[in-house]
Design a protein around this ligand. Sequence first.
Ligand code: GLN
Length: 353
Amino acid sequence: MFESDALDIAQRSSTGSLPPADDIADLVVRAHARYADVNEGRVADYIPILAEADPARFGLSIVGVDGSAFEAGDVGVEFSIQSISKAFVFALVCEEIGHEAVHELVGVNNTGLAFNSLIAMELNGGSPMNPMVNAGAIATTGLLPAESSEERWRRVREGLSRFAGRKLALDEVVYRSEAETNHRNRAIGKLLQSYGRLDPDPLETVDVYTRQCALSVTAHDLAVMGATLADGGVNPITGEQVVSAAVCRDTLTVLASCGMYERSGEWLFEIGLPAKSGVAGGIVAVSPGKGAVGAYSPRLDPAGNSVRGQRACAYLSRALGLNLFASARWSTPEPSSSSRADTRRHAEEHPDV
Ligand code: GLN
């Protein structure tokens, strides 16, 4: 479909920068206050332990590519990363096997169906199509080069820890709760095997996937991990190059079309940022070249996306000027064009989704 030599031309990165620090600090507190009382949605309970989460928890963190952090609420509370791990394992696998192989072996299109769908694979000749739903994510985990499942798990954990800039721990209780009840994911693993889409042992690969979903993170960790994708693959806290800039571009592209499950189109329409959510209530939304928002609140909409997290991201995207698709007529920039008053006025004019 595309001329491959055109893909070799160097790409420019997204331009612009975040508004002044005082504005960001103020807006993150406002976003938190604005949505803290929203009680719509339900805490996930299909993984039994997740039902015990405190629905009142709500944390928001913004980390810039310069490493600055702006936070409000429960930003230090740990929860399981769940599906958000799919984005970062995808990046690690892209780094190892490359753009073409991932395109061919997993696919980069939205299935339009629920994250744990089996029928999506059946309808598409056995292709998982989308690395951000369970089938594609289990296939992706199976593509991470390793001699054994133990080594694959070690590489996943170390890789995600490099994105976070600290050693991430496995939440054993969450892992056990999901491992005892994940019959559907095991069926997905077997179905992938039957279509020749999974080389390593399917049940062992599902086990590695279950562990990766049970890594504990905070809203702050998610913002650092997202800011690494926003920063050409360099962790803004540790300075480590975790993956290449080309891999960040590929990962963010897939997040834009597939990161919010079957609501990805609506998310992009309202918020205009690549993002990924998980059923424990986390969301990471990435603004290429600028930074990332990490959100945590466990009440979910029917697709499995945090309700407060989505609303806060919409507010912040508008208030901070993050939407990738928003433009204004070109004119010579004036020094006052991103003044604090402008930023606040914009937030108040476009408050909610
Ligand atoms: N571990 C979860 C599962 O496989 C992740 C799903 C999610 O966060 N949407 O069901």
